[in-house]
Design a protein around this ligand. Structure first.
Ligand code: FES
Length: 170
């Protein structure tokens, strides 16, 4: 009966098994590394539109000259903030009594300056090639006549109704 015993496994791996096992281990390490990178990227400062933020927070009292239009819902104003948004204007829109959108004023298509919505419910508009962007998110609503645009880079805005100050994170 001794002859009927068949080994179920070999303790010493073949060369092929050794290489296969090594590659599988490397794959696990690579995936773990990728996962760590993914988690880290989720923790980095990123705006809702996906542009990276440097974390600088700046207060803007709404009674500042040039921002008066933001005192009413649907109002919009451009603001240049030195050393932020590549020294280009941002466009701020008051969406409700307590919420605001701040996006770059530079069109993602070919860099023209976008226009604020004409009315409370219309889109941000770029006259150069007709692209339109959602006034609540900066996402593309209508592509330009040629090529394509992406969401306008946006910056989180917090509003303090007591002080009437908005704080924008760049
Ligand atoms: S630059 Fe804005 S649509 Fe072309």
């Amino acid at each position: 009966m001794k002859d009927d015993i068949v080994p179920q496994f070999s303790v010493i791996p073949t060369r092929r098994q050794f290489i296969s096992n090594a590659l599988q281990s490397a794959g696990i390490i690579f995936c773990a590394g990728s996962l760590a990178g993914l988690i880290q990227s989720c923790e980095s400062n990123e705006s809702p539109s996906g542009n990276s933020l440097n974390g600088t927070q700046i207060d803007f009292p709404l009674n500042t000259p040039g921002l008066e239009a933001l005192s009413k819902v649907g109002g919009a104003a451009y603001k240049n903030v030195p050393n932020q948004n590549n020294d280009k204007d941002i466009l701020i829109i008051r969406l409700t009594e307590s919420s605001f959108l701040a996006v770059t004023s530079i069109c993602s298509h070919q860099g023209c300056s976008v226009q604020p919505p004409d009315t409370e419910y219309s889109n941000i508009y770029c006259a150069c090639h007709g692209a339109e962007f959602n006034p609540e998110s900066g996402k593309v609503e209508k592509q330009p006549t040629t090529g394509s645009a992406t969401s306008l880079a946006s910056f989180p805005v917090k509003y303090n109704s007591v002080t009437n100050i908005i704080t924008i994170t760049f």
